[in-house]
Design a protein around this ligand. Structure first.
Ligand code: ADP
Ligand code: MG
Length: 492
C-alpha cells in the first residue's frame, strides 16, 4: 500500500515524500482511513510505529486552515510535546499550518503569543489546563488527540485530562493513541469518546520484530562489570541505559565517564534546559550513551539508537515495551539487552509472558571472548580501511630498522593490546546456573528467592504510591508549575 491511496491533499503527499516515508505502517494503514471517516478512534500500537502520522496526516487533511487553532494534541511530557510538534510541523509545512507547544517551566506570554498564529497546539496537560482555566487562551478546536494516553495515566494526569475536556465542548472528533491499553484507558475512552472505533495491533506485534532481545543473569554487585563488558563486546554506536532510580542514573553515568565512555544522565531532577541539552547531544551523535529513568526517556524518538540496555528490569511489562521501543525505530535493526538478577526472575517471566516475544538467555562474554572479537574486528577494519598517503613515508622509515613482516606483527600486536578489558574474567552466571535457577523459579522454589522477589516488588509499588503522594503535595505547593514539581517529586 502507498500513501497516495489515502487521497490526501497534494501538500501532504509532498510532505510525506520529503519525510522519506514510502509505505504506511500498519497502524497508519488502519487509522488514517478511520480518522478520515470522521469517527472517534482509540488506537493501540507499539512505540515507534508511526502513531504521530497516523493521526497527524488525516487531521491535517481535514483542517480548513482558518488561521485558528483547529487541532489540539495532549502529550505527557515536554520532550514529547517538542517532538510531536516538530513532526506535525513537518507534515503541515506545505499547507502553511503552524504548530505551537505548550508546557510548564517556561514563559506563559511567549506560548500565548505563539498560539495566536497556530493551527495546532501540542500541550502537556498541566500547563494547558492552566491556560484554559485562567482564561488566558480562547480556542475552539475541532480535533482533540490524546497521545501516549497510557503514559499520561501513569503520570497521574487523569483528572487534568477530564477537566481539559470540559473546555473543549465543541470538538467534532476525539482520538486516543496509546502503546498499551490497560483498563483505565478503555474506561476513559468510553467516557470521553463518542462510539469509538478500536484499532489494536495484535500481541505478536507488540514489540518490533526487528529488535533482538536478550538477557544476562548476574548477581546484584556484578551489574556494573556486566554492563561495561557488554559495551566492550557489542560496541554500541548509540545506546540508552535504563535505570529504575534517579540515583542510579547519576552514579552510573559518572562511572561510565570515568571508564572512558561518552555518557550523560537524564532524569526528572535536572533543569529543563539541561535535559534539552543532553537530548540534543544524544541526537547529534556527540554523546554515545544516555543513562535514563523511564519517566525521563518516555517516547523519546532518537534515530540510530543501536542498543537499549536494561541496567535493571523495569517495574512492569509496559515499561519494558516502551524502553526497548527506543531502538529499532523507523524500520532499523535494534538490540535490547537486559541485565537480570535471580531476584528479578519473576518480573522477567511476566514480561516474557505479557510481551509474547522471545527474550534469549545469554552468557556474559569472558575476557578471551572479547579478545577473539577484537581480532575479528581488526580483520574487518583492515579489509575496509584505505591507506593514507602519508603512511608510505612512515613505513619507509620503519623499514630502515625492521623487516616488513616484523613491522606487520608488531603493529598488529600494538593494535590488539589497545583492547582494554576491565573487570574479572568471568562475570555473571553460567548456562548451567541459569537453567537451574530458572527451573527453580518456575517451580516456585528457590530458597525464598521467589517469595523475596514478590515481597520486594510489593515494596516497590508501595514506594511508588508514596512518591505519587509527594508529587501531589509538591503540585499543590507550587501551583501552576505542575510539570516541574511532578518530575521533581518522585524518585524516577
Ligand atoms: P510512535 O508515536 O508510534 O512511537 P512516531 O510517530 O514517533 O511513533 O514515529 C517513529 C519514527 O518513525 C519517527 O521518526 C517517524 O518519522 C518514523 N515514521 C513514521 N511513519 C513512518 C513510515 N510510514 N515510514 C518511515 N518512517 C516512519
Ligand atoms: Mg508517539
Amino acid at each position: 500500500m502507498t500513501f497516495k491511496e489515502f487521497n490526501l491533499k497534494s501538500e501532504l503527499n509532498k510532505a510525506v515524500e520529503v519525510a522519506g516515508f514510502t509505505q504506511p505502517s500498519p497502524v497508519q494503514e488502519e487509522a488514517i482511513p478511520a480518522v478520515l471517516s470522521g469517527r472517534d478512534i482509540v488506537a493501540q500500537a507499539q512505540t515507534g510505529t508511526g502513531k504521530t502520522a497516523a493521526f497527524g496526516l488525516p487531521v491535517l487533511n481535514m483542517m480548513k486552515c482558518t488561521g485558528n487553532v483547529e487541532m489540539v494534541v495532549v502529550v505527557p511530557t515536554r520532550e514529547l510535546a517538542i517532538q510531536v510538534s516538530d513532526e506535525l510541523f513537518k507534515f503541515g509545512k506545505f499547507l502553511n499550518i503552524k504548530t505551537a507547544t505548550v508546557y510548564g517551566g517556561t514563559s506563559y506570554s511567549r506560548q500565548i503569543k505563539h498560539i495566536q498564529n497556530a493551527g495546532i497546539i501540542v500541550a502537556t496537560p498541566g500547563r494547558f489546563l492552566d491556560l484554559l482555566s485562567k482564561n488566558q487562551i480562547s480556542i475552539d478546536p475541532d480535533y482533540v488527540v490524546l497521545d501516549e494516553a497510557d503514559e499520561m495515566m501513569d503520570m497521574g494526569f487523569l483528572d487534568d485530562i477530564k477537566e481539559i475536556f470540559k473546555y473543549l465542548k465543541n470538538r467534532k472528533q476525539t482520538l486516543m493513541f496509546s502503546a498499551t491499553m490497560p483498563a483505565p484507558i478503555k474506561k476513559l475512552a468510553q467516557k470521553i469518546l463518542k462510539d469509538p472505533h478500536f484499532i489494536t495491533v495484535t500481541k505478536s506485534e507488540m514489540t518490533n520484530a526487528k529488535i533482538t532481545q536478550s538477557f544476562y543473569v548476574v548477581e546484584e554487585y556484578e551489574r556494573d562489570d556486566a554492563l561495561i563488558r557488554l559495551f566492550d563486546f557489542k560496541n554500541p554506536s548509540k545506546a540508552i541505559v535504563f535505570c529504575k532510580m534517579k540515583r542510579d542514573v547519576d552514579r552510573l553515568s559518572t562511572y561510565l565517564v570515568s571508564q572512558g565512555y561518552s555518557a550523560k544522565g537524564l532524569h526528572g531532577d535536572m533543569e529543563q534546559r539541561q535535559r534539552e541539552e543532553v537530548i540534543k547531544a544524544f541526537k547529534s551523535d556527540t554523546l554515545e550513551v544516555l543513562v535514563a529513568t523511564d519517566v525521563a526517556a518516555r517516547g523519546l524518538d532518537v534515530k540510530g539508537v543501536s542498543h537499549v540496555f536494561n541496567y535493571q528490569l523495569p517495574f512492569d511489562s509496559e515499561s519494558y515495551v516502551h524502553r526497548i521501543g527506543r531502538t529499532g525505530r523507523g524500520g532499523e535493526e535494534g538490540m535490547a539487552v537486559s541485565i537480570v538478577t535471580p531476584a528479578e526472575f519473576r518480573s522477567l517471566h511476566k514480561i516474557q509472558k505479557d510481551v509474547g516475544s522471545n527474550i534469549e538467555s545469554k552468557i556474559v562474554p569472558n575476557k578471551s571472548a572479547i579478545k577473539d572479537k577484537a581480532v575479528i574486528d581488526l580483520k574487518n577494519s583492515i579489509k575496509e580501511i584505505e591507506i593514507d598517503e602519508k603512511i608510505y613515508d612512515f613505513i619507509d622509515t620503519l623499514k630502515e630498522d625492521f623487516e616488513l613482516s616484523t613491522i606487520t606483527y608488531k603493529l598488529a600486536t600494538l593494535l590488539l593490546k589497545q583492547t582494554k578489558i576491565n573487570g574479572k574474567d568471568n562475570i555473571g552466571k553460567t548456562k548451567k546456573d541459569i537453567e537451574f535457577l530458572l527451573k527453580r523459579a518456575k517451580e516456585g522454589k528457590g530458597g525464598g528467592g521467589n517469595s523475596r522477589g514478590r515481597n520486594r516488588s510489593r515494596n516497590r509499588n508501595g514506594d511508588r504510591n508514596r512518591s505519587g503522594g509527594d508529587r501531589n503535595r509538591s503540585r499543590n505547593r507550587s501551583g501552576g508549575d505542575r510539570n516541574r514539581s511532578r518530575d521533581r517529586g518522585g524518585r524516577y
